[in-house]
Design a protein around this ligand. Structure first.
Ligand code: NAD
Ligand code: TYD
Length: 353
């Protein structure tokens, strides 16, 4: 049966990777891609599929009731995969309001419209439909040296970003609890790979290394993130969408914990050996720590592994090489994205260095 996906935020990092993944894996699908094209949205991420008849792009805001409703009227949407979000913690610290608007109100708008259009009776919905909320492990807060986040770890967000994602998760869950609305939530660890905007740690460090700019490491650099290659995340979302039990949360991550300083040094090592031998650890600059900085994230993926057979396939060592190579082969992508407002953002964050 042909499935129609409404993918929100499909011009961003993970959303565009997910669309590429879907179009490669499935022949008979339609992807309606709705994205507001904020600073983080980039149609260049989709240049290979813009002429593919199975992909249809609409520039719109997920908070816009009329625009989203129109898509449900014009297409028989089976799946909503909600990637659209303000996604950067540092921006949420300086400007929290837009995070609440998009991440919370936008999700609520999508839930209301999907519920109305999918409803067939009291708490019943058209067969085969599902709403998937793409969430983050950051909703669980921060870990100490030991232990991992499971799906039952209490939510304890610390940044305005993670607070807005936790709020959205709670609305999605409440729609299941109250209306039996068919949903899943996936909570994934830090992603990296092609098309990631260079405000996030890995592409920022790659870009700065290639331009011999200083590498701003927050605080002592010993914070830990559980890194997942983006394609592994896309596989998990696809599996949960197709086979996940309705109403369930699935954590996604794969025991790829690394300190930030290790990640930065790995990038320096690769670039100095493969690209430019003058790049060295001298570029590292420890800068003022992020406010409320979460120390450690780590996912326990037992549930998704046991129920759906998902496991990460790309190790950090392989993934970081693939990622650096991708950025080396797509210098024009980086040049386009770092011109204009990015330059202004970067100078505000780190000064002109
Ligand atoms: P991103 O910032 O690269 O992309 C977000 C996309 O959403 C952009 O294309 C942007 O234009 C679009 N968007 C923003 N506001 C919108 C609005 N009001 N209406 C329509 N479109 C809008 O983010 P990403 O890293 O690709 O993350 C995608 C999702 O995955 C987010 O929900 C994020 O919370 C979640 N997530 C990200 C990570 C990660 O490591 N990047 C990890 C776990 C979960
Ligand atoms: P980031 O990529 O912003 O993801 P998140 O905050 O969602 O985990 O940051 C990853 C880690 O890297 C986080 O601990 C903050 C740190 N970091 C730096 O040390 N320097 C930087 O320039 C950036 C952007 C992040």
């Amino acid at each position: 049966m042909r499935k129609t996906y409404l993918v929100t935020g499909g011009a961003g990092f993970i959303g565009s990777n997910f669309i590429h993944y879907l179009l490669k894996k499935y022949q008979d699908i339609l992807v309606v891609n709705v994205d507001k094209l904020t600073y983080a949205g980039n149609l260049e991420n989709l240049s290979e599929v813009m002429n593919d008849k199975r992909h249809f792009f609409v520039q719109a805001d997920i908070c816009d009731q009329q625009a989203i409703e129109k898509l449900f009227i014009e297409h028989k949407i089976d799946y909503v995969v909600n990637f659209a979000a303000e996604s950067h913690v540092d921006r949420s610290i300086t400007d929290p309001d837009v995070f609440v608007r998009t991440n919370v109100m936008g999700t609520l708008n999508l839930l209301n419209i999907a519920k109305t259009h999918w409803k067939t009776g009291d708490d019943t919905y058209r067969k085969g439909v599902k709403f998937q909320q793409v969430s983050t492990d950051e909703v669980y807060g921060s870990l100490g040296l030991e232990g991992f986040f499971t799906e039952t770890t209490p939510l304890d967000p610390h940044s305005p970003y993670s607070a807005s994602k936790a709020s959205a998760d709670l609305f999605v869950k409440a729609y299941y609890d109250t209306y039996k609305f068919p949903m899943n939530i996936t909570r994934c660890s830090n992603n990296y790979g092609p098309y990631q905007f260079p405000e996030k740690l890995i592409p920022l460090m790659i870009n700065n290394c290639l331009n011999k700019k200083s590498l701003p490491v927050y605080g002592d650099g010993l914070q830990v993130r559980d890194w997942l290659y983006v394609e592994d995340h896309c596989k998990a979302i696809d599996l949960v969408l197709r086979n996940g039990r309705i109403g369930e949360v699935y954590n996604v991550g794969g025991h790829n914990e690394r300190t930030n300083i290790f990640v930065v040094k790995s990038i320096i090592d690769y670039v100095s050996k493969q690209v430019d031998s003058t790049v060295s650890e001298k570029l590292i600059k420890h800068v003022t720590d992020r406010k409320g900085h979460d120390r450690r994230y780590g996912i326990d993926p037992t549930k998704i592994k046991e129920e759906l057979g998902w496991e990460p396939e790309t190790t950090f060592e392989e993934g970081i090489k693939l990622t650096i190579q991708w950025y080396l082969e797509h210098k024009e992508w980086m040049d386009h994205i770092t011109s204009g407002s990015y330059q202004h953002y970067y100078e505000q964050m780190y000064g002109n260095r």
